[in-house]
Design a protein around this ligand. Sequence first.
Ligand code: PMP
Length: 304
Amino acid sequence: MNNFLPTAYFRKQFVPFEDANISIATHALHYGTGAFGGLRGLPDPADPNQILLFRLDRHAARLSSSAKLLNYDLPADKIQMTIEEFVRKNQPQQPFYIRPFVYTSDLGIAPRLHNIEKDFMVYGIPLGDYLSPDGVTCRISSWARQEDRSLPLRGKISGAYITSSLAKTEAVESGFDEAILLNSQGKVSEASGMNIFLVRDGKLISPGFDQDILEGITRDSVLTIARDLGIPIVERPVDKSEMFIADELFLSGTAAKVTPIKQVEIYHLPKERPITDKIRETLTAVTENREPKYQDWVFKVRLD
Ligand code: PMP
C-alpha cells in the first residue's frame, strides 16, 4: 500500500486524502473515460523552502489536451495553478509524484462524453526510483500498441492503459521487468509507460510521433539535451531486430526517468553505456536545478 501526500484536490476543493472518495457507480470507473497526468517534484536541494516541479507547463498543457479529447474544457493555466496550490498545501519533504486526473464523475450508465458531469482531481505520492536504475530486462509484448484511429493517442487516456497493464503483467509473469510494444505496423512503439531510445553508431534513435507513441515530456527533454550535447538524433521507424543489436537501449518517462535496458528477449546489451549515462546525468542535474541552461524547465513553488 502506498502512502499518499496528505491533501488532495477533489470536487473543486482541497480535502484530506482520506476524504477524496468516489462512488462505485462512477462512470469513468466503468468506461475508462478519464485521462491523467504524472509529474515529478522534489524539495530544492539548495533551498528547503522551495519545491521544484519538472516542466509543469508542459504537463498542464498535455492534460488540458487530454481533457479536450474527452470533451472537457479545462484550461492549462487552471491545472497549473491547482498543482502549485496542491504543492503549497502538502509541503512535501521528499521526492514525489503528482497525479492530476480528469474523469467522468457522473453516476449514470451508458458510454458517452457529452451531457455528463466531469471532475478534475489531484493527489500525490512520495516516489523514488520506479524502475531499477541499473537496467531492466524487456520482453516484446504479444499485445500491440493501439492506433490513433481507434483511440486518441495524444492524450493519456485511462482506458488505453488496459494494453499497458496486459503487457506489463505478461512481461513480469514471464520473468522480465518491462514490456516493449510494437505498433500495428510491427514497428517498435514504446514500453508500458515509457518511450524508448536506441543508440547505434553514436546516433540517438527514437520512434517518432508517427509510430503511435505517447508524446512523452521526458522524451522531448532527452532529445533536447542530446541535441545540445552534439549527439546526432534520428526520429524514424525502428524494427524490433535493431533493438537486439543496438549499442545502447534505454527507456524514458516521468516515473522511470532514464532507465537503461540490459536485455531484450534473449539478447543482452553491452554493459558500457556512455551516451545513456551522459543523458541520464544531465537530466538528473536539470531536475535538481543544477543546469542553468535549462532553468525554465524547472518550476519553483515557494513554501514560505
Ligand atoms: N508512454 C506512455 C504510455 C506513458 O504512460 C508515459 C508516462 N507518462 C510515457 C510514454 C512517458 O511520458 P512522460 O515522459 O511524459 O512521462
